[in-house]
Structure formats: structure tokens, C-alpha cells
Ligand binder design. Sequence first.
Ligand code: CTP
Length: 410
Amino acid sequence: MHKIKEELENKNILLGVTGGIAAYKALEVVSRLKKLGAEVDVIMTEAAKEFVQPLSFRSLSHNPVIVDMFSEPKQWNVKHISLAEKADICLVAPATANIVGKIANGIADDMLSTTVMATNAPVLLAPAMNCNMYSNPIFQQNLDRLRGLGYYLIKPDAGYLACGTEGKGRLPAPSRIVENVVEQLTKEKDLTGQQVMITAGGTQEPIDPVRFIGNHSSGKMGYAIAREAVKRGAEVTLITASTSLQPPSGIEIIQVETAQQMYESVMKLQVEQDVIIKAAAVADYRPQVVAEDKIKKDESELVIKLERNPDILAELGRVKEEKLLIGFAAESEDLIANAKDKLSRKNLDLIVANDITADDAGFGADTNRVVMISRTDKTELPTLSKEEVANRLLGRIIELLEGTGEKNGD
Ligand code: CTP
């Protein structure tokens, strides 16, 4: 408790309150944050005022509550900019479908949406609404978009909702919201100063102008690593083959199509990296000849001769020097033995192995179940979200960078 208090003292928390029945719970959030020593500024939307009086927030936060964008300024600064700059973290609780939709689509038409757009602080959204609104695909797409852009979400609870139905959409208890704020504010930027290169997605090898040889990689694992690494302070370069994902913000992105293009980009930039993580699914072979025109069918068999692509990871292993090199091993049999073999064959520091035949892991899934194998130890993780796998992996990488956490071989 003492430690948390120390960490929240002098922190500026910007709380956005939007128009949902759960707005009253935000009062307790303010009260708890104040007790922990934080400075709290509250912005309410017009709709939020219908549920709770600004005076209640003002009394608890000891600060004026802002609603109107065009009210006479008391100081000579532009309010939405000054609050956006002052904030160490921006929390929106409860966040209605409306504010989530606005932020996800760049609409800035009131004090809260303009401030959220103007801030560089991490933004934490706590959605609360009717369960059908919550599961509406448009709303879910907006959440995915924001998650992909590095916004943090506090998942709603399931249970009895004010509209009389049961389902997912309840604003979590104020204590849990405060826990999330504390966790964000105390998160260590433990990769500050590290140059991290990540490859992601599945390469595509053209056969003719309309066809290619591809694979099932969704890119989700590599993108999650990129997002988490940037949040931990790393300077991230993402070399990405085909995915349908939104590129995370705050990183350098290089788009490639084929394994050869990925090889060239990786080799050009590898020298300046401290850590390279190869999460991409790279085609080992490509058509020897790419037809200039669309191949027409006839009655005979079609034979496409394939030639080898460079093994990017193996090449990196040859020139690696001091940098940390992390590979992935997607296996359908003998997971550990095959992964260990790749670790030594490609001169890696760590390999992340997953069994692609499992339902909860591998291609396309939002979860993954992996084993991290270094030269000296093996860590088996349970089924986790790809974000959490990314964080555990980055935690292990930091141990390797610091030369700590080496356990005895198994
Ligand atoms: N990889 C690479 N270049 C290739 C093939 C794979 O850099 N041409 C990298 C992948 O990004 C991944 C790791 O190697 O980090 C393992 O990929 P995987 O397809 O599991 O293994 P392969 O090396 O292709 O080995 P095998 O064919 O024996 O399974």
C-alpha cells in the first residue's frame, strides 16, 4: 500500500466520464485515486451530466470539472491540449459505445474526444453497456482497432445489467479499475534504449500475376510482440509480410511480400539491432519461374518447380555477434526435440516453440501455448493471450540481456 502510494503521488490522472448508468462508480474511482495521492482531472461528456452532477466529481477531485469545449478559459492555455499534456495516464470509465466509436474513428467533437486524441499518455478504456451493444460486431471491431493501436482495455464483468438483462457489459468494481491504473503507471519501461526488430506475417511467393504460395500465418503473435515491446520503451522495427492487421503506432514498419524481400530488409537493418525476434512464417521455397501472364488451365498436369528461399534466421545466426536472436518453431510433431535442434542449428539464444495442431495455439488463434527454450533452460507457459505470451517472452529476453535468469538445463 505504502509503495503504491509513493508511486501514485504526483501522478496526473485524467478521468473521462461518459454517459452510462455506471457513471456513479467513477466517483469511487476518483476517491480511491485521490486517497493514493494522485492528482485527478475530470472531463465529463454532456450525457454523463445526466447521470451524475459535475459538482460530485469536483468535490472529490478538488479540481474544476470540464464539460464544455468553448467555455471562457480561466487560464491562457488551450484546455484540451493542456490536460492532454499534463496527463500521465488517461482513463475513460465508463466508456460508452459512442466514445469508443469516436476514438476508434478519429472523431473529435467534444472536450473528451479531443483531449484523448491530443494526448501522448497511455489511454485506458473501461467499456460498460448493454450486453447486446457490447457484442455488436461494429463495437467489437472498434475495440480491436483500438487494441491494435496500443489502447488498453479493462474488460467488463458479466452479470446483472441496469437494463434488466444478464450478460457482459458491467463496469468492473472501482477497486479493479484503480488496480489497472496503478499497474499501467508502475509498468517498467525496461526495454528503453533497446533496438528491437520483429518480423511477422506470412510471406507470399508469386506463381503468376494472380496466384501465390502462402501460409496460414495471421501475424497476430508478431504484432503483439511489437505492441508490447514499444509499450516497454523499445525502439521497434516491424518487418511485416501479409496480414490483415492494423499496424501498431509508434514503430517503424517495413512492408514486404516475399521471403527474398524480407531477407533483404532484415539483413540491411540487422547490424543496428540489439534484439531480433523472427515470428514470421517464411516460405522455404518459391517458384523458380514467375509466369508473366496468368497461367491458363489445360487437360495436363501442372508442375511448378520450386527453388529454395534464403533461411533468414540461419543467416542471422551466422552474423549475430552480441545481439540476441529469437526464433519461432511451429511444429506438428516432436515439438521440443525439433525446437532444440533449430535453436542450435540456427545459433539462436531462445526459441519459442508451439504445437500448431492444438486448437488454442498457433495460426489465427488469439491465444497461444508455447514453450520457450534457451540454451540452458525450458519454460512451459500455459494457454495465454498472445499479448501475455509477448510479455512473458519480452520478460525472458530482458533476463537474457541482463545475463540473469539462466537456470540449469533439463
Ligand atoms: N525462418 C526464416 N527463414 C526461412 C524459414 C524460416 O527466417 N526461410 C524462421 C522463421 O521466422 C522462424 C524459424 O525460422 O523463426 C522457424 O521456422 P519454421 O518454419 O518452423 O522452421 P524451418 O526453419 O523452416 O525448419 P523446418 O523446415 O525444418 O521445419
